[in-house]
Design a protein. Structure first.
Length: 131
């Protein structure tokens, strides 16, 4: 699902499992994912995308996002999978999470100002290659 242009949001204690579309947070000012929320993506990469909206005129940076005490997993069966991808954002805090079952990046970021990452458990999954 897509979250954009709201004052704030909270996803608390939810299970969003084998989702065919990732959580997309665009041009958002404030929001929290917390409380043991479980998020996994099945057919899209990544499970959580934080970015400026591709349709906003002018493009607005996403800011003040927290992901804490949650489980972010990848079940994507394509080439590579990243759990969380962030671009063009500021003041993003990611802490106390289980970030696992990724084959590329647990956390991928670019053009981010004030990114705080602490007390997370990252578990990479190696791809099996048929010989």
């Amino acid at each position: 699902f897509i979250i954009q242009y709201t004052d704030d949001f909270t996803i608390d204690g939810c299970m969003i499992d084998y989702c065919d579309k990732p959580i997309q947070i665009y041009s958002q000012d404030g929001g929290t994912i917390c409380g043991g929320t479980y998020i996994s993506s099945r057919t899209e990469n990544p499970a959580i995308l934080i970015a400026k909206s591709p349709k906003a005129i002018p493009p607005t940076t996403t800011k003040n996002i927290k992901i804490k005490d949650s489980y972010i997993l990848g079940h994507y069966t394509g080439d590579t999978f990243s759990c969380i991808a962030i671009s063009d954002a500021t003041n993003v805090k990611i802490g106390g999470n289980e970030i696992t079952f990724y084959t590329e990046y647990g956390l991928k970021y670019e053009r981010v100002t004030h990114l705080y990452v602490s007390d997370n458990n990252f578990n990479f999954v190696a791809k099996v290659i048929d010989l």
